[in-house]
Structures are given as C-alpha cells and as structure tokens.
Design a protein. Structure first.
Length: 277
C-alpha cells in the first residue's frame, strides 16, 4: 500500500511536533507523592500474590483459553499503567488462539499496555531481561529474548516462534526492531513474519498511541541518551494521559503473497490507525 506524500508529511509533523512544556515541579512532586506509595504496594504486596497465582496449580485454573495466569497478568499490567497515569482505551478485539501480533514500538510501556489486554509471549531484545521490574515481568510472561546482531540468536528465535504458534499460543513482536523516539513508525523487518507464513496463522496489526491522537508519543518514548531507569522515573511523574491500543483487521497469511507484502500491509494499517480520529 502506497502513501501519498501529503499524508506522510501530516503524520510525521504530528509525531515530530515539539514536546509539550514540562509540568511544574510542584505538580510533578505531588504526583510522585501519591504514585510512589501506590507503586510500592503494587510491587511489594501484589507482585508476590501474582507470582503465587501464576504458579501451578493455581495458574492453570479456569478456561484453557484464558486461565487464571493470564487474567492476573492482565490485571497487574493494567494496574501498573493506571499508577503511571495512563488511561487505557481499547479499539477492536485481540484474536484468540495462535496469532502473530505485530505492533509499533514507542517504549517499554508498550509491553505493559498489550499485556493489560492480552497475555502473549513477546519477542524482545535480551537487555530487557535485566531491566528492573519490567524485565522480571517480561520473563514471567514467556518472552522470547533475542541478541541483536546475532544471526544464530535470530534463527533460534524464529524456531521458538514457530513452535509456539504450532502449539496454539500467541506471539507478539515489534517489527521495527527498535524504538525511534516516538517520531515515526519505521520500516517493518519482513523476516520476522516468516513464522506466521510457515505455520499459516493470522497476523493481527496493533497500533499503540499515547495522548490525544498520538501527541504524547515523544513524551513516552526514550529521550536521547535516556536510560530505562531515567525514563521510568520521568513517566512516573508525568500528567495523566490517554493510552490507546487498537487491535486492527487481521491478515490471513495465505491472503497475501510473501512475508514482505504482509509486513508492508501491517505497517500501513498501523499508520492509518495512528492517523485516525
């Protein structure tokens, strides 16, 4: 799908618009004053409980397609988003069963946002495993870690993705391969779609948008040179804002010829959702 130049200019203009002025120090201090205790309760009290409920035999209670383990991950992730001031809005429904979910990548919050709606194993860079809190949750959420720049690691990731999809389990990826400061949706790497082509499962694009019509993408993203911890603390003090997750029309892997066409169509649908009202 080709984009007219004016459409692309409008999208990039919105994503690259100047960041809003930083909120006053008093307002930020007040937000820290009540959010830090809430975060401590969420981590110190509720996290051990979540760990207990995810473990056998409790985690397997309930329906096979939506066991207790999945429900508590959604609850805990949604609570984390709320503590950080994100007010979640969902459009569309995630497909059940074996699905390859593909989303634009803004920052570490993306994983929590999707987990608040759907328990799914992500493909993520290995560094995330070492991030405080988020890394632990990612590992407990059956994340498939990839060592960037390592061809052998990528081959292993592709095999594990195909294995899980054949078992009827969903997998989520960020096909851009990295974050881009919230300024644009980068090209999608076609190779990551090979697992869906091989197993014949559908691909469902997911658009993640922060703020009003995406005007907070750059606020949520990592600033140049910003560490995970720095971003974590900064977002904890940010004003409350909308966080939208759009589960878009799925693509049957046999409807389009080749993984590159699927990658291009997925990206086009995500950009169209970002451009929407």
């Amino acid at each position: 799908m080709c984009w007219r130049k004016p459409d692309r200019i409008r999208y990039l203009a919105r994503m690259t618009s100047p960041r809003p002025a930083r909120p006053g120090s008093v307002a930020r201090a007040f937000r820290y004053l009540y959010r830090v205790p809430l975060l401590l309760v969420h981590v110190v009290i509720f996290l051990p409980l979540i760990l207990l409920l995810m473990a056998p035999p409790f985690g397997r209670l309930g329906a096979a397609t939506d066991p207790l383990e999945h429900k508590v991950v959604r609850w805990w992730s949604g609570g984390l988003m709320w503590i950080f001031g994100f007010r979640l809005q969902r459009t569309g429904q995630p497909l059940p069963g074996a699905v390859l979910f593909v989303a634009n990548h803004v920052g570490w919050v993306d994983i929590s946002m999707i987990h608040s709606q759907k328990m799914v194993g992500f493909v993520a860079k290995r560094e995330i495993a070492g991030w405080p809190l988020v890394g632990w949750l990612a590992t407990r959420g059956h994340t498939i870690y990839h060592q960037r720049g390592n061809t052998e690691s990528l081959g292993g990731v592709m095999e594990e993705m195909a294995k899980r999809l054949r078992e009827g389990r969903p997998v989520a990826v960020f096909p851009e391969g990295r974050t881009r400061g919230g300024h644009e949706v980068g090209p999608f790497h076609a190779r990551i779609f090979q697992a869906a082509v091989e197993t014949g499962v559908p691909v469902q694009p997911v658009a993640l948008r922060y703020g009003v019509r995406g005007d907070a993408q750059t606020r949520v993203a990592f600033a140049p040179g910003e560490s995970f911890f720095g971003n974590f603390l900064r977002l904890l003090g940010e004003p409350a804002r909308r966080a939208e997750v759009h589960f878009l029309e799925p693509i049957a892997s046999h409807d389009l010829e080749g993984r590159r066409r699927i990658a291009e169509t997925s990206r086009a649908r995500i950009i169209a959702a970002m451009e929407g009202p």
